[in-house]
Design a protein around this ligand. Sequence first.
Ligand code: ARG
Length: 584
Amino acid sequence: MTVSPLQQFQRTIAGALASSLGVDATAILLEKPRDANHGDVAFPCFRFAKERGVAPPALAAKLAGDLASALPSVSAKPAGPFLNFTIDRAIFARELLPAAFRADFGGAPPSGEVIVLDYSSPNIAKRFHVGHLRSTVIGAAVKRICEARGARVVGINHLGDWGSQFGKLLTALRRFGSEADLDKAVETEGPWRGIEYLQDVYVQYHIEEKKGADAGRELAAESRKWFLELESGADNEARRLWKKLTSISMKEFERIYQKLGVTFDEVRGESAYEKDLAPTIEMCKKAGVTRVSEGALVIEIDGQEKPALLQTGDGTTLYLTRDLASVFYRKNTYHFTKAVYVVGGDQLDHFKELAAVVKKLGHAWSGDIVHAHFGMMRLPEGKMSTREGNVIILSDLIDSAVDKVNEIMLEKNPNFSNTNRNSGEVAEQVGIGAIIYHDLKQDRRRDIVFKWDDVLNFDGDTGPYCQYTHARLASILKKSGRAISESDLGSLNYTMLADAGPLLMAIARFPAAVEIAAARFEPHHVAQSAFDIAQASNAFYRDHRVLDAPSPEVVAARLAIVEAARRTLERSLQLLGIAAPREM
Ligand code: ARG
């Protein structure tokens, strides 16, 4: 376990409090003061005061007196029922700066944890829209954050490439379109157009289906025939077409993953479990937990009214069956300590059911199945829905973000945009960074309302603001004409950083943010830390001269904290999957 400088001080404080109170250090719960002006660490006295039958402010005052000599580098001030601690800036900076200069700041050594992380997992033959974006960017961030904290993470793209809907899709393609038109769409405009073409014929199918019972039955029969052909595993026409749809879809998805800088260790769709389904069902039967209900094979779930459905009366398997097969595959292949699914909150019941079935089968590791769910992305005018046509297609979204960033950059820094060959690349990094940050900045469970102003505002809680601050810090260092490395830190006069408290503390809180983000699969803690560092950096720069500070000693110390802030900001953005350009 790596302990950050702030955590080290917290331990010292907790130890001193514990011995003064005559309790175990683990009983001491420290908080972050609500107002940073009050101190770095707060100790609420309520509980211990109650136990001792004294008023909390009296206990706070007594402890302040007791601790004065026990903690030489920390000052303790009572404030009502709280005891607030402020760490000596110079002493703290001497510990913090070298730590923050290290590339693994906020990280931890190998933990032995093995996390199988299921993210992105789009459905083939459908366009990747903003809703899918959430799983992709949250998952990719969780992967990097957990890896930084020492876990082995296996990233899996569980493509939705199987199910009876493919029988319908092939029927639709044959009835309401043609393979030749599909090929033409892909050739002339690209895979995305091919997918759109497939979506169009699928819509036709549903229109036709609604025309009457006979039409519906006919379509259903034909679809069943196609899916049976596919399920037979034979190298037939159904399989050839299905492979084509998969490959068109994957080309489009890969283009998006590349733009977002997202990778997977395993791209293994639902179809890969086709051969495992019968054995999985067999295993459930053998365990004696199944029963036949109206021809279907079900498992009773404790505390749930409806049983889980494993196989329908006509032998078709379901999404749940495939997830059951895949979780066993993952357990047996990777021996995970956690199986995490980054999937929308609309599938809460599904993952509860999955864990319940695994538990019913007698496996204690059912408790290691985690549904890291997230809220919906909405437009200000309402829910995004494919049917109503108000979806934002991800690649259009990225394109407009990049266009808008180009405009803003041209306005803010015309010189850079007009003369720098990389300005196009930077605009793309900032446009994409804006979208990713906007997705990650708040608790993933909450819904997101997508408003361009919130996404691209260069002065708010946004990706561009963090990136812009990073570039600004980089430019201060560049202008100084020196490179600062770890070896320069030994000779600094740290007393010169006595007035850098807020920035020191913002940097110091980064490791705990990474730790909690990894433990809870919640990237927003890291995003908030990035924003805090950016804000504190801007305030520091506003209130202190750096390059023309009063003495060379002060210049050196301030440059060092600027570089520590820049590195920590860069690292936080990197964990989120956001580029940190040095100029923009
Ligand atoms: N393809 C599914 C969908 O788009 C998500 C799959 C999530 N992963 C899983 N193992 N079920 O709704």
